[in-house]
Each structure stands twice: as C-alpha cells, then as structure tokens.
Write a protein that binds this ligand. Sequence first.
Ligand code: SAM
Length: 448
Amino acid sequence: MQFALKSQEIPQSQFDRVLNGNRKNGLQELDAPIHRWWRFILAFPPHLVSQYLDEFGCEGPGSTVLDPFSGTGTTLVEAKRRGCFAIGLEALDFCFLASKVKTTWEISLPQLERESKRLFADIAEEFSQYGFFSENSLFQDYQNYQNPIVCPYKLSLDQQKLLGKGYISDRPLQKLLTIQKYVLSLPPSPVADFFKMALGSMAVIASNVGFGPEIYCKKMKKDEDVWALFSNQIKEMLADLQMIQKKRFGPSSVFHQDARTMKSLGNLKIDAVITSPPYPNEKNYGRITRIENIITNLIQNKEDLRRLKKGLIRSNSQNMYKGDDDHRYVEKFSSIQRIANEIEERRLSLGKTSGWEKLYPLVAKNYFGGLYRHLLDLKPLLKRGGRCAYVVGDQMSFLMVHIKTGEILAELASDIGYKIVKIDLWRERWASASKTPIREEVVVFSKK
Ligand SMILES: C[S@@+](CC[C@H](N)C(=O)[O-])C[C@H]1O[C@@H](n2cnc3c(N)ncnc32)[C@H](O)[C@@H]1O
C-alpha cells in the first residue's frame, strides 16, 4: 500500500507571508508552518514575538534568545527561523516535548519518511483487525469493518481517574492507544519524539474537550477519524520540515527545567528574553494539557502529576503544596500583601469557605514570589543591556480582586535592579463577570 508522504509543498512565499507579513492578531498565524504542529489556548501569536525580536534587533547568529516559559515553543520557532540561537525552558512534560520537537529541524527527512511508512503500515494492519477503517475508507486493503475483533487497549485505572469521565469516547481512545503502542515502542531518539508529539497533538481533536476558555467536556462523540488526523499531522510536519530545511536557521536547546531555579544554566549569555509566564488565575496547566500528557504516557499516575505540577509557578489554587515558600521572597512588597489581604477580606465578607478559596491569598503571594525567584536567577544569565519582554495579564480570578500583574512584575524587576523600559498595552479583554476591560501587557525591561 502506498502512503502519500511527500504531500503538497507549501510554497515558500506563503510561509514567509504567514510568518513575516501579517501583523494582525488573526488565525493565519496559528496556521503557520511549524507553529501549527501543536498550539494551546494559552499560547501567544508568532507575530507578537516577531515584533519584539525586531525591536530588540535580534537577527542572525549573534543573538541568543531565551524563553523560560516556552509552552508550545512560539518564541523559539520565531527566533530560530531568524537564525538566532533559541533557548527554551519548560517544566510541563508535554510542553517540553513539543518545544523540543518543534525546534528539531536538522532531523533526517529520509529516516522520518521511512519510519512513517513502517508505522503507518503496522498501524493500518492493526486498525483493520478492529474494523477501524469504515466501509467508505480509501484503505481498501485494510477493510475489515464487517468482522472486527475487539480492540483490547484501555487506559490504566490510574490514567482513567486522572483524565476524568467523558473527556474522550471509547472508540477514538482505542484508536489513539493503537497508535500509541507503535509510537512508544520506538527506541528513544528525536525520530521517536517526532511521532510522540504528533500523537499527543491530535489527542484533543479526537477527544470531547472544549475550551471556553476553561476546559470543559463537550457532547460525547461516537467516533473520530483518528487515522486521518494522525496521517495528515505527519504529512504536514514532514512538509514543513522539507521547506524549512531549505532555509537558513539558528541552533536551539530546550531544557526540561523549572524557571525559578536556573543556576545550572550558569554559562549561558542571553541577549533577549521574550516570554509569557502563567498569569495568576485559576487556569490549571496540568489540567489543560492532561489529555496530551496521558495519551503519550508522560503522566501515568498521581505521583507523575504531582511531580509535574510541583515544577510550575504557583498560579492557581490546585497547584499549591505543603511547604511552598516562594511567598517569602515578596514579603517586603506592600502591593502584594495588600492584594492578599483584600482577597481574604473579600472571602470573609462573601462567606466563602471552600479549601480552594481559602488558598487564594497564599496563591497570589507564592505566584509573585516564584516570579521574583525567576527574575533573580535570570539576571546573571543576561548580557549587560540584554532586553526582556514579559507578556502578562491583569486578573480578577480571585474573588474579583483586581491584580495588576504587569505593574507588580515591573515593581519586582525594578527591585532586583533591572531598568524598566516601558509597559506596552498588548490588548484588552472583556471580563464578563466584572463587566470591565482587563489589560494584557508587555513589560519591557533590561539589564543595566
Ligand atoms: C502562558 S504559557 C506560555 C505560552 C507560550 N508563550 C506559547 O506561546 O506557547 C506558560 C508556560 O509556562 C510553563 N511553566 C509554568 N511554570 C513554570 C516553571 N516554573 N518553569 C518553567 N515553565 C513553567 C507552563 O507549563 C506553560 O507552558
């Protein structure tokens, strides 16, 4: 059976137009090659990064650009594309994998194509046993829809509990787990990571999950064409690599690392940081990327989840642990203490008594304490005059107390000895609960 691996080549002009030309905050950016391999709701758009790379004069091998909260790797892809040295840190397992794969452009295409063909053939064979190819499928040789055997694959009980009921229907799940079996049997290598990320990146599409912007369960779907999702994803990734390999691009390194402790990176010399740390709100990164982490087996049980969450900035009440003491770093800041007190007073006046709500004041303090630790550790890694752009949003998630995240971040950076250059307004979002606009800003500062 032939698989059309060398799919339609995206013309270079389209690639350049998508990545370079469009300054609007639109969907075109999200469709951009490489960026489109995997995105999540909390990613920022490539053109925003591009704007600050221009402003900071980052171009070519002389520039080293860091994203300490790399997420889906947006900054890294943009910096690398310009020939800069792109360095990323990321604590969350699947985000780390995605950042790494999305910046591994030197990989051998013939090897990937060979491996894809082999994987597709093996997976198709097993899909046919379970009747996963429908009557109308193009895969004539692999149709067995009338006489299927039962697919035996299930998530472990631990993983079922972690995922929660209804997030994915049985049949799409079985298809994903069939692909998983072959992908995870590859020996560890960049090629194996390539397929692992492709598998994880389709998991949300195959599931019943929606983001509004919080994660929620949509209507249970009966089935999903997981084969088409996976094979198209691989084709797109190969086509993007084929195109990008014809171009000049910079090197990159991605570390699975907590950005609050960066001493081990002591010999780096960074020219620019463009990043977006978590915001202080109830968005739970461990939950938002749960399906990807589970389908790729990066999280197998509660202990894995706990380890993963402990490496994150304490930005929400479900991510707090006994012994957390980042708050000690910001005791002297009256602005932060005032916010914590206000949240507590609001809680008492509203008669809110849940364990989560009781944690809100401490979350706010630990959140800014974590950012303070990060900024302290960053300073020796930055070159003198090195510039930073931190994208952060004001928040009202903790009982509607207004947290001016950008303003406070600037206060912390200034205390550590950075020079605050400006705070740009990136966009305002409408907060329906408070009926007020909420600012999302870019705090720009430099090392003196
Ligand atoms: C707002 S997202 C970044 C999104 C990114 N700008 C993009 O375009 O995809 C914040 C990221 O920081 C990561 N993160 C949170 N705490 C971290 C920590 N202590 N160290 C490293 N990464 C962390 C989260 O997992 C998440 O991927």
